[in-house]
Design a protein around this ligand. Structure first.
Ligand SMILES: [Zn+2]
Length: 303
């Protein structure tokens, strides 16, 4: 969405009657490729939990320099909710009075972590996730790889749709071959963990999966989210076997792959994973976190 706005503001064919980007002029194309000098992106580093004040100050300084080639300069801050309060405060003044022709876009997954003083100076646009049908239709319309994968490997294609969890960007990333292989591998590890949990006392099998959990914070966070999605599916199908699932293609597939796990055990494990996920976001040490999660899962697997 931020890229589309940036393209709309810089499109060579923009007119008062057509405010959408054409998508094919040199400006639009370079913006989509991330290759346009007047559209800048700030993201937190992958292994960091926060986006610090120094990086934000450098970004802010740049806004006062003159543009390289276009009338509109766009500054996009991804992971804006990860900005420290100090970093957010560094933006207050520039958000109130941005330099001429500068647009600032903040992208956040959780608005609760954005200071009220920042929110009151911005225009808020809520983005909703897409359902699987919409996601599939979109993916098939933009990508020849998606169309051929749907025919040659429908299970992997469905795996991508389920893992993307309503996010267009994530679906597109997962289509990339290496990423989609990693995604498949991770899905089978999660299933291996759940089937170990289904058998009481399969400690070694539990440990063998959790010891392979990613050591990078951002990746671990995603793995934990997927594990929670899978647990959620297993819990809700206990009450409604036809309920809509988010990790497994359907309820029957979930039971076939993971066996019959008692609800109390599932809920206890869900709580442990959810707690670990919270700690992961709040910058806890990753290896301690995995060790403590492993012991909680092993305890809960006895319930
Ligand atoms: Zn254009």
């Amino acid at each position: 969405m931020a890229t589309e706005i940036a393209a709309a503001l810089n499109c060579e064919k923009k007119s008062d009657s057509d405010t959408l980007p054409c998508g094919s002029c040199s400006c639009c194309r370079r913006i989509y490729e991330g290759n346009f000098p007047d559209v800048k992106l700030l993201q937190k580093k992958k292994d960091k939990a926060t986006l610090g004040v120094e990086a934000v100050k450098d970004f802010r300084e740049d806004m006062f320099l003159s543009s390289t080639e276009s009338e509109s300069k766009i500054y996009i801050i991804d992971d804006a909710e990860c900005m420290t309060p100090e970093a957010q405060n560094a933006l207050l003044k520039v958000l109130e009075e941005p330099p001429k022709s500068v647009s600032i876009i903040l992208l956040a997954k959780e608005c609760d972590r954005i200071l009220t003083t920042i929110k009151s100076r911005t225009q808020y646009i809520a983005m909703s996730r897409f359902d699987d049908g919409e996601l599939e239709k979109w993916l098939l319309s933009i990508s020849p790889e998606a169309r051929s994968m749907k025919v040659s490997d429908p299970a992997r294609f469905m795996g991508i749709i389920m893992s993307a969890d309503g996010r267009l960007g994530q679906a597109k990333n997962l289509l990339n071959k290496r990423l989609s292989e990693e995604n498949e591998e991770e899905r089978s590890e999660i299933i291996a963990l759940l089937s170990a949990i289904a058998r009481k006392g399969a400690y070694a099998d539990i440990y063998s999966v959790t010891s392979d959990f990613p050591s990078k914070r951002a990746e671990l966070q995603l793995t934990l989210e997927r594990l929670m999605n899978a647990l959620r599916d297993l819990i809700i199908i206990k009450y409604d076997p036809n309920a809509k699932t988010v990790f497994f293609p359907n309820g029957r597939d979930a039971t076939n792959k993971c066996g019959d796990i008692p609800v109390r055990r599932l809920v206890a494990i869900y709580d442990a994973v959810n707690e670990a996920h919270g700690l992961c976001i709040r910058n806890a040490n990753v290896s301690n976190l995995i060790a403590s999660l492993t012991s909680k899962i092993r305890l809960a697997a006895n319930i």
